[in-house]
Design a protein around this ligand. Structure first.
Ligand SMILES: [Zn+2]
Ligand SMILES: [Zn+2]
Length: 376
């Protein structure tokens, strides 16, 4: 079972949140120092190694009772879902704080507001190369707005076919589902598999048991095996059946869920099934943003609570999601030049061009390069 032999480590977040211990506890069965195997790719995934030094970063945004994940690889970026309409400004702020003005792919897994709502915010600040969804029409204001913002960019919403693949930097994305038509909107969810080197991620939207069963029948277990699973439907008991979970066998399971939500998500039965399968569970209601970085062999997880009390509809500071608050700033980045400086540098950017980082690593991780003058 090469699948579990990849080295897996949970790194402390840049700014430790009080509940981090609850977020990063790993099942004892996970070998934290096992030697990574270069041939660890599941048979179904691309066997091509990751390009030298290239990383795949998947950031599951804490958008409450909703879904949103930003995937970056090389120079490419894809946003899968954008949270609720009320998360539009948060999602836009995150994209801006990451220095993104282009998204290679914007994917709406399905038409429900908690997935498609905030994509308008993303399309408002980023140029999309491609927008995909399982349908092109749905009777809701949120979906109409999503279509309107897409068309305003001269694009139309594309419906990909199961089996389609495309590249994202050195990663390969495969559309696994839906494999047929469904009346239930959750089951229409796009199921996206991302392979990078020997590591793999599975995004399932709100897919429920029926679609899980059909997916399994269509592709077989091997094709579904993945290291990281975005748990279906916010941890509802209507998803994440045992047969599906046994095919995926995730090391890491991420549940995007709102604290105290009225649905009782995540369901205890789902948590119990994930625990039975030995997955380390990260919940956005407890951890905030959950970021998984892959170098093609090793997965590193960091978690970070938003420092802003609430995203709200008005202002969500660009610095709140991934960086320190201003009073603990140590490094100052320039949003335009993507250089970072010491606060004492003589060539600091203008106030509204600044982004603050608590640590040097945070600046580097965000893609910023050190200023040649102050050599931070
Ligand atoms: Zn949902
Ligand atoms: Zn849904």
């Amino acid at each position: 079972m090469t699948h579990f032999s990849k080295r897996f480590k949970a790194a402390a977040a840049l700014a430790l949140c009080a509940v981090l211990a609850a977020c990063s506890s790993l099942p004892a069965s996970l070998p934290s120092s096992a030697t990574p195997e270069s041939s660890a790719a599941p048979a179904s995934s691309s066997s091509a190694p990751a390009a030298d030094g290239e990383l795949l970063t998947v950031r599951f945004l804490d958008v409450g009772q909703a879904d949103s994940a930003l995937i970056r690889c090389g120079d490419d970026a894809m946003l899968i879902d954008g949270g609720n309409v009320a998360d539009s400004s948060l999602v836009a702020a995150v994209l801006q704080s990451e220095g993104l003005d282009t998204l290679d792919v914007v994917a709406a897994t399905h038409a429900h507001e908690d997935h498609v709502g905030g994509l308008s915010g993303a399309l408002n600040v980023c140029t999309a190369q491609r927008v995909i969804a399982p349908v092109t029409q749905y009777d809701s204001q949120a979906f109409s707005d999503f279509v309107r913002y897409t068309e305003a960019q001269g694009l139309s919403v594309e419906v990909p076919a199961a089996g389609d693949t495309f590249s994202l930097g050195g990663a390969q994305v495969t559309v696994l589902g839906p494999v047929q038509e469904y009346d239930d909107t959750n089951n229409t969810s796009l199921v996206l598999r991302v392979d990078f080197g020997g590591t793999s991620f599975l995004f399932t939207g709100d897919m429920e048991r029926d679609a899980e069963e059909d997916l399994l029948a269509q592709w077989g277990e091997e094709a579904l095996r993945a290291d990281v699973l975005k748990v279906g439907h916010h941890g509802s008991d209507t998803s994440t059946s045992y047969p599906f979970l046994r095919a995926v066998m995730p090391q890491i399971a991420v549940i995007s869920v709102g604290a105290g939500n009225s649905y009782g998500h995540p369901d205890d039965a789902v948590l119990s099934r994930l625990s039975d399968e030995g997955a380390a569970v990260y919940r956005t209601d407890e951890c905030g943003d959950v970021t998984v970085v892959s170098d093609g062999e090793t997965l590193t997880v960091t978690t970070q609570k938003h420092t802003a009390p609430d995203a709200g509809a008005s202002s969500f500071p660009a610095s709140s999601a991934s960086v320190a608050s201003a009073d603990e700033e140590s490094y100052i980045g320039n949003l335009n030049s993507k250089k970072f400086h010491l606060p004492s540098c003589s060539s600091l950017p203008k106030e509204d061009n600044r982004i603050y980082f608590a640590t040097r690593d945070a600046a580097v991780e965000a893609g910023y390069t050190p200023c040649g003058l102050c050599n931070p």
